[in-house]
Design a binder for this molecule. Structure first.
Ligand SMILES: [Zn+2]
Length: 303
């Protein structure tokens, strides 16, 4: 999921009232280069429905910014005149940071514009308080950035489970970590000096799949996550849904018929309480199948 931020952060931000629309169009043009590159400008125009002049304009700006470069032209055919020089993503100049806070650890990574992981580190949570976790994640990212001095960082994508308000950049509630109203964007922005994009991990994963994975090229995706937290995210017609205060996909406390696990919310038989890795491992221990807390051992035993 750290991949999510790459293209979004990379889109240039024009001023004025049509900022959002132009930003969205810029994203569409960049995505078509990401998905189809090396690609001719005329093909981008056909794929995006934009006018050739508009595509040329966007591509000239991306080239100036160092996001896009001219690729090797195809072998000269019999026709006369200059061959069309295709464009490709320039993945050499920029990097983005990615952070994912899970319950036992935080993963910090550095990625290029194609979403390839260049560096990655897992930081075990000796404590789970945000004032312990967030500065360490920022330190780890700074150390990675020091190793790739010639690439410029564009920003940081941050993902966590629980209820994450993307617009405010706040973890509203993460029960298992005991986080409540944590202003992650503000804290990490202060530590890293970079723009920080915050989102729920299930939505971040759907975004990653749309940009770099199997769901590439648009369409509809439904993603169900079962780990220590249980949640979901979905996209229809290539649009990821957030809902009011980013609550779309909150399924943790749906009741499971016949469920018997007590939940932190006070009820019994909530989906998250029934399905989480902790419950799975505890039941496996009680049944004498495993003796640890690693769900992979339960899976291996089941296999
Ligand atoms: Zn519950």
């Amino acid at each position: 999921m750290p991949r999510t931020a790459a293209i979004l952060i990379a889109s240039p931000v024009p001023r004025g009232a049509d900022r959002d629309r132009r930003r969205a169009t810029a994203g569409v043009v960049l995505r078509s280069v990401l998905e189809h590159g090396p690609v001719a400008r005329s093909t981008i125009a056909r794929l995006t429905g934009l006018s050739p002049a508009s595509v040329t304009d966007y591509c000239a700006r991306f080239t100036r910014l160092g996001l896009v470069r001219e690729a090797e032209p195809p072998r000269r055919s019999k026709g006369v005149g200059r061959p069309h020089v295709p464009l490709d993503l320039d993945d050499s100049r920029f990097v983005v940071g990615g952070m994912h806070v899970a319950v036992p650890h935080t993963t910090v990574a550095l990625l290029d514009l194609r979403g390839r992981v260049l560096r990655q580190r897992e930081l075990k949570h000796e404590r789970t308080a945000p004032r312990w976790v967030l500065p360490r994640a920022a330190e780890a990212l700074a150390a990675m950035l020091a190793e790739v001095r010639d690439a410029r960082p564009l920003g940081v994508g941050f993902a966590a489970g629980g209820w994450v308000d993307r617009d405010c950049g706040v973890i509203v509630e993460h029960e298992l970590l005991g986080w409540r109203d944590v202003p992650v964007r503000e804290v990490l922005g202060a530590h890293t000096g970079l723009p920080v994009h915050v989102d729920g991990h299930a939505r971040a994963l759907v975004n990653g799949e749309r940009l770099f994975g199997r769901a590439r090229g648009g369409g509809s995706v439904l993603h169900l996550f079962v780990g220590n937290v249980v949640d979901a995210a979905f996209a229809t017609h290539d649009e990821v849904h957030h809902g009011p205060r980013s609550q779309a996909g909150s399924i943790a406390h749906l009741p499971v018929p016949g469920g018997s696990e007590p939940c932190a919310c006070g009820r019994t038989g909530c989906l998250q309480a029934e399905l989480s890795e902790r419950t799975l491992c505890r039941r496996a221990r009680a049944a004498g199948i495993t003796d640890g807390a690693d769900p992979r051992h339960v899976l291996a035993a089941a296999n």
